[in-house]
Design a binder for this molecule. Structure first.
Ligand code: TXA
Ligand code: MG
Length: 352
């Protein structure tokens, strides 16, 4: 049975944190809030514990995990070199929603890295996450705490919906912060490359590094006959139970009109239609029997990021057969949101 313990997010109860840290140390799985989404932690030095993350999530073994530490300093013990760019990025963005992919030092069992010669690391900014890692006294491998392929959890109830009975404990610190995951930046090669857009936006990275490229979308990569650089990018992700069709285009009004057209066509076929929309265009769908979920304000991507995954999960309870989603401009945090919507659509994208 999975225990559920509530902690004050800013000042978690020390006895609870000690207990959770001890569970991690001895190889159990503990879910915890971070400033992005909830993570599912295991002792990164214990291959057996890490393997149980893959079992609990149903995660493909070739998709590597992020190792979390409480400071750049505690990371030094586990990596061979601390390249200047790592020091620079750590000073600017840690603790925070930036994951760095480094050359591997073999301190971690291969199950953590999926057998790659690189390892992903980050120092999270949430007080509960930091206190837990400190109490565990070991680096903590942690993917998002959802069943593989499902939307990431942003509250403890989502963790329990997916993983109840499969993990020892969930620390409930209320809603996670940003609502989308960390940016994954590969600094193992000659030039830094964004493998997954996330909480730290491209512009802020470029202020430190100069031009930073984004890895080509997995579909383009597949066409070019290459292997995707980030194994996680090749799977459908973040998806609600019903199929999702994403509508993209420069003009939000036309995109919404396209969604409405398709919704009317599908409803005429007798299908139960869900609509993923924003404050600005939500009223367009009023009074027509659609299940409408409003995911924040298009003009403020932070609000969309914060409600994105909960919004996708809501469709599961509304019993819809298909979801039509309006895309968002991939600018700032909107880039992370649009990336997740594309993954949720699994290739069903209509360009208007
Ligand atoms: O915000 C976050 O990053 C959350 C919280 C819990 O920290 N964690 C998270 O983990 O999103 P996960 O496992 O859901 O996503 C990790 C991503 C995957 O796309 C994975 O393929 C990529 O990081 N990754 C991990 N190690 C890698 C490596 N060595 N090379 C390239 N990509 C890697
Ligand atoms: Mg994930």
């Amino acid at each position: 049975k999975t225990r559920h313990l509530v902690v004050e997010p800013g000042q978690p109860n020390a006895a609870i944190i000690q207990e959770a840290g001890a569970l991690l140390r001895k190889g159990e799985l503990v879910a915890f809030p971070t400033e992005t989404v909830y993570g599912l932690g295991a002792n990164a030095l214990n291959a057996h514990a890490v393997a149980s993350i893959f079992a609990a999530k149903g995660r493909p073994a070739d998709n590597p995990l992020i190792v979390h530490t409480d400071s750049p300093k505690s990371l030094e013990r586990y990596i061979d070199q601390f390249p200047p760019v790592l020091a620079q990025l750590a000073a600017r963005f840690w603790p925070g929603p930036l994951t760095l992919v480094l050359r591997c030092s073999h301190a971690f069992p291969p199950v953590v890295t999926g057998g790659l010669d690189t390892v992903a690391v980050r120092v999270p900014a949430h007080p509960v996450a930091l206190a837990l890692i400190r109490a565990a006294g070991v680096p903590v491998a942690a993917p998002s705490a959802n069943v593989s392929g499902r939307p990431s959890p942003t509250i403890a109830a989502h963790v329990l919906d997916d993983l109840s009975g499969k993990i020892a404990l969930v620390l409930d610190g209320g809603p996670a912060g940003l609502g989308v995951e960390s940016t994954v930046l590969d600094i193992s090669g000659d030039r830094p490359v964004i493998l997954r857009p996330g909480g730290i936006i491209q512009r802020d990275l470029e202020a430190v590094l100069g031009e930073v490229k984004i890895a080509p979308e997995v579909d383009d990569v597949a066409l070019a006959g290459d292997r995707p650089r980030s194994p996680g990018m090749k799977y459908t992700h973040y998806a609600p139970r019903a199929p999702l069709v994403l509508f993209e285009g420069y003009d939000p009004g036309r995109v919404a009109a396209g969604v409405l057209n398709e919704a009317m066509r599908m409803a005429a076929d007798g299908r139960k239609v869900g609509i993923f929309t924003y404050c600005e265009t939500a009223s367009l769908y009023d009074g027509q029997g659609y299940s409408v979920v409003v995911a924040g304000k298009r003009s403020d991507p932070r609000t969309v990021a914060a409600s994105l995954y909960a919004s996708l999960r809501r469709f599961d309870h509304l019993g819809v057969e298909v979801i039509l989603a309006e895309g968002i401009t991939p600018d700032g945090l909107g880039m992370a949101v649009e990336n997740r919507l594309r993954r949720a659509a699994g290739g069903h994208v209509v360009t208007i």
